[in-house]
Ligand binder design. Structure first.
Ligand SMILES: C=CC1=C(C)c2cc3[nH]c(cc4nc(cc5[nH]c(cc1n2)c(C)c5CCC(=O)O)C(CCC(=O)O)=C4C)c(C)c3C=C
Ligand SMILES: [Fe+2]
Ligand SMILES: [Fe+2]
Length: 341
C-alpha cells in the first residue's frame, strides 16, 4: 500500500526575520483561540497591544539564530521529513506548519489532489496541550470540511510516555551525561495556568499544591501538560540512572502578565548558579526540533543569565532534530497511531 501519507506538523516560524514577517506570524499564532483563550474582541485588543513592541524584539532574536537555509525549526523539520521517507513505507511523507508556510491547507489539498485518502497526522509535540495538539487537529479537520476533501485521519497521540520516544531522548542526552556536569535542568515550554485548570477533569487537581502534577492520577495525566512534563523528566532520569537532586524541571517562555506554570526557568537558572552549580546541562523536551526557544532563549540569553548569577558554563543539549534513532522511533509511533473517529 503506497497511498497512506504521513503528515508531520510542527508549530512554524516567520517567513523571514523582517519585523513585518514576524508581526504577521505572531498575529496568526496569537489570534488562535487555542493559544490565547479569550473572547475575540479581548483577544484582538490584547494581541494588538502585544504587536506594538514584540515583533521588533522577536525579529532581533530570530535574526540571531537564523540559518542560511531559513528558520532552524523549519529546516530541522524538513530534514526530519527526509529521514522519515526512509522509514515510512505506506506512502508519501509531507510536512506542514500550524502557522506560516507550508500550511496545513496547502499540504492537505495537495495530498487529496494526488488521490491520497488516508493521512496519519503527526503533531510533533510529546506532551498534550490545546495550544499545540488540539489546534493542529482542529485546523486539519477544518480544512477537510471546508475543502470537502475525501481524507480519513489517523492521529498520533501525545507520546510523552512511549518507550521509543523516551529511549531516543535518553540516547540523545547520554554523551552529555557521560561528561562531567553539576546539574541537569529539563526546561519545558510553559503554559498559562488557566490552560491547565480548564482541562482538569476533576476540577480540583491543578495547583492544589506545588507537587500536584508529580502525583497525578491516570485520569489527570491524560490531559495535564505539567503532569506529562514531570512524567517525561522522571522516566528520562530513571533511564539514565540520574540520582535525585542531580536534575530538576522548570518552565520557560512566559508571555504577558498572567500566571504561568512554575517553577520558572529564569528563576531556576539563577537559583542553581547561586547554589554553586558551575556546569549546567539544559535540555528542552517539549520541543523535538531546536528553535528560537532553545537556541536563543536558553542557549544565548539563559546562558548569559546563568553566568551573570555566578555559573560558569551552560551546555544546551540539542533536541532530537533529525537523528536516525528519533526517525525510527517516530515511525514506530506513527505506525500505531489510531484511526480518528
Ligand atoms: C500565549 C502564548 C503562548 C502559548 C500558550 C504557547 C504554547 C506553546 N508553544 C510551544 C512551542 C513553541 N513556541 C514557540 C514560539 C513562541 N511561543 C509563543 C507563545 C506561546 N506559546 C510565542 C510568542 C513564540 C514566538 C517567539 C517569540 O516571540 O518569543 C516555538 C518556536 C517557533 C520558532 O520559530 O522557532 C515553539 C516550538 C509549545 C510546545 C507550547 C505549549 C506547550
Ligand atoms: Fe510557544
Ligand atoms: Fe496538574
Amino acid at each position: 500500500m503506497t497511498d497512506h501519507a504521513l503528515l508531520l506538523v510542527n508549530l512554524g516560524s516567520p517567513a523571514s526575520t523582517s519585523v513585518a514577517d514576524v508581526r504577521s506570524y505572531l498575529n496568526q499564532f496569537l489570534m488562535d483561540p487555542y493559544v490565547i483563550d479569550l473572547p475575540w474582541p479581548v483577544r484582538r485588543l490584547l494581541v494588538s497591544l502585544i504587536l506594538i513592541k514584540r515583533p521588533e524584539q522577536s525579529a532581533h532574536a530570530y535574526a540571531s539564530i537564523w540559518w542560511d537555509e531559513g528558520s532552524p525549526l523549519v529546516v530541522l523539520s524538513r530534514r526530519l521529513q527526509q529521514q522519515m521517507t526512509a522509514q515510512w513505507t505506506q506512502g508519501p511523507v509531507e510536512l506542514a506548519m500550524r502557522y506560516g508556510e507550508p500550511s496545513l491547507e496547502t499540504t492537505l489539498t495537495r495530498l487529496a489532489a494526488q488521490g491520497i485518502q488516508n493521512v496519519t497526522l503527526a503533531p510533533l509535540y510529546p506532551q498534550f496541550a490545546d495550544s499545540t495538539v488540539t489546534t493542529v487537529i482542529e485546523e486539519a479537520r477544518r480544512v477537510v470540511r471546508d475543502k470537502k476533501l475525501n481524507v480519513q485521519f489517523s492521529i498520533l497521540q501525545p507520546f510523552y510516555d512511549q518507550a521509543e520516544y523516551l529511549d531516543a531522548l535518553a540516547a540523545s542526552a547520554r554523551p552529555y551525561i557521560e561528561e562531567h556536569y553539576d546539574h541537569l535542568l529539563l526546561s519545558f515550554h510553559g503554559l498559562p495556568e488557566g490552560h491547565l485548570k480548564k482541562l482538569d477533569p476533576t476540577g480540583a487537581h491543578c495547583f492544589k499544591d506545588a507537587d500536584c502534577c508529580k502525583n497525578a492520577s491516570p485520569e489527570v495525566l491524560a490531559t495535564c501538560y505539567r503532569a506529562q512534563c514531570f512524567s517525561v523528566a522522571r522516566d528520562f532520569a530513571e533511564r539514565l540512572g540520574l540520582p535525585d537532586g542531580k536534575w530538576s524541571v522548570a518552565f520557560q517562555s512566559r508571555l504577558g502578565r498572567a500566571k504561568w506554570i512554575e517553577p520558572y526557568t529564569e528563576a531556576r537558572l539563577e537559583a542553581l548558579a547561586q547554589q554553586g552549580v558551575k556546569k549546567l546541562l539544559v535540555m528542552c523536551p517539549a520541543f523535538v526540533a531546536d528553535c528560537i526557544e532553545t537556541l536563543e532563549e536558553i542557549g544565548d540569553r539563559g546562558s548569559e543569565q546563568f553566568r551573570e548569577a555566578g555559573g560558569e558554563e551552560l551546555v544546551l543539549v540539542p533536541c532530537l532534530n533529525d537523528s536516525e534513532q528519533w526517525a525510527v522511533a517516530l515511525n514506530a509511533l506513527c505506525e500505531r497511531a489510531p484511526v480518528a473517529l
